[in-house]
Design a protein around this ligand. Structure first.
Ligand SMILES: [Zn+2]
Length: 327
């Protein structure tokens, strides 16, 4: 009885902390992306850096209250195809006609959500609507970051199908928490993306292609590492949590050979690229004279506000659960 109670308390602490780190990480990634923008955008974004940072986590908060939000954060590609998924339709209309909207919502729609959010952001730039520019910039950053996490591209999102439960938080929380000080986040200036659908899919498939390594390297390590040294208890504030030991984490991080750092760098760069692409698509509006308008939703958004019949499974984690320093 007491043992069960302790387990429940430990699990609760772990879940609670994991969410906080996910929030923190999304905020860092959005914040860092601002520093890759060209001067004509940088001044506006820098002036609103606290908003872009703080609201980077709004999509995760909505997951629990807005119908249709949950599938926007992932896509279980391995349900449909094997890498490189050449025959899987990249366009929403085609995918919908083949698999149905309900099925796509059950297995995740993040690639198309990135495109739809880009449409909204471009519209906000055209209208020079400051509130919506900020809202959709923050949202877009979140979905792009999620799409760079290999475990956001699989049905086996937490290793539950391969007896590796907990690997989601291990890869995206524990490793960056321990090693982020070694990471570099200078990713260069934003680029204009001509074919955004292709760009988004290239990035998701790049993440998906690393899934095999994420799982097999941990499996390999688990077989060779002393079992009694795999986990450790660590103090977090006033709580004691069970987590992967530092030695086991270091060994896994070395085996991954820079994968976590690289995916985080790509997230930062690609957020800047797509913010910039929306701004160019809107005709390079002058951002120096924006005022707040009334918050409203632009017309023509697909899949927004509908009640979806989702035969979904729980989506355990947020995006990158990491601790990063301020730029
Ligand atoms: Zn998310």
């Amino acid at each position: 009885m007491l043992r069960n109670l302790i387990l429940i308390l430990v699990s609760f602490c772990f879940i609670h902390i994991a969410q906080a780190w996910g929030f923190w990480a999304h905020q860092r990634i959005n914040r860092l992306a601002i520093f890759s923008l060209p001067p004509a955008m940088f001044t506006f974004y820098k002036a609103n850096i606290e908003y872009i940072t703080e609201h980077a986590v709004d999509p995760d908060k909505r997951r629990y209250v807005v119908v249709g939000e949950a599938p926007k954060h992932f896509i279980d590609l391995d349900h449909f195809c094997a890498y490189p998924c050449d025959s899987f339709p990249r366009k929403w209309q085609e995918a919908k006609s083949i698999y149905s909207e309900d099925t796509l919502n059950a297995y995740g729609i993040v690639p198309w959500v990135i495109e739809w959010t880009m449409n909204k952001l471009t519209g906000a730039f055209v209208d020079k609507d400051k509130a919506l520019i900020l809202k959709y910039s923050a949202d877009l950053g979140h979905y792009i970051a999620d799409s760079h996490v290999p475990l956001h591209t699989t049905e086996n999102y937490n290793g539950q199908l391969t007896d590796q439960q907990g690997i989601h938080g291990f890869w995206e929380s524990r490793l960056p928490e321990l090693f982020h000080e070694e990471y570099s986040f200078w990713v260069g200036g934003a680029s204009y993306i001509k074919n955004r659908n292709e760009f988004i899919w290239t990035n998701i498939l790049h993440a998906h292609n690393q899934l095999e390594g994420v799982l097999s390297l941990e499996k390999q390590l688990d077989k060779t590492y002393p079992n009694d040294q795999k986990y450790a208890f660590e103090a977090r504030g006033e709580s004691l949590i069970k987590t992967y030991s530092r030695g086991y984490s270091l060994a896994y991080h070395i085996l991954l050979d820079g994968m976590v750092e690289n995916q985080m760098q790509l997230s930062v760069k690609h957020i800047a690229d797509l913010w910039f692409t929306c701004w160019v698509g809107a005709g390079l509006p002058n951002l120096s004279d924006l005022d707040f308008n009334n918050i409203r939703e632009p017309a023509g958004q697909e899949n927004e506000g509908k009640v979806l019949k989702i035969k979904s499974r729980p989506h355990a984690e947020t995006g990158f659960d990491v601790l990063l320093d301020k730029p």
